[in-house]
Unconditional design. Structure first.
Length: 147
């Protein structure tokens, strides 16, 4: 089975000082034994944003060079799924069908990526954000439940 890793999982996997790093590390290594872990380009973009944003603005405050090194690690562990016109079509359908607005459009984009690539499971700390997509066959898995 393939799992999409949400940005909150990637960030905690990459930043060892995060309090949830050990939970994610354990979940990733448990799942990696029998499953594939992937990410969307959006996840990497969001990781770069948070990683390079100043600490006083709720980021990790690292340099672009350090972020590049971390993303190289993430891309090896969670190979990126390609974007496509099919992803956009799914996203457009989802935001209309589920009345998605504001920041939640990003989660809809991840679900669209999953649907376009026939992925049903997402590893995320924000399981409730994906509950509305259960009729689409989306299953949100909290990393703490894997350990």
């Amino acid at each position: 089975m393939i799992y999409l890793a949400d940005t909150n999982v990637l960030l905690r996997f990459l930043h060892r000082t995060d309090p949830r790093h050990s939970i994610v590390w354990s979940a990733v290594h448990t799942l990696k034994a029998d499953n594939q872990l992937r990410a969307a380009s959006q996840n990497f973009i969001e990781c770069w944003n948070v990683s390079t944003r100043p600490v006083i603005r709720n980021g990790f405050g690292i340099t672009p060079q350090e972020a590049d090194t971390l993303l190289q690690i993430a891309e090896r562990m969670f190979p990126p799924l390609p974007d496509s016109a099919a992803v956009y079509r799914e996203w457009r359908r989802l935001v209309v069908q589920y009345g998605v607005s504001g920041v939640q459009v990003h989660d809809a984009h991840l679900v669209a990526t999953m649907l376009a690539h026939n992925i049903t499971h997402i590893l995320t700390f924000n399981t409730s954000d994906f509950a509305r997509y259960a009729p689409e066959g989306i299953v949100a898995v909290d990393p703490a439940s894997v350990c």
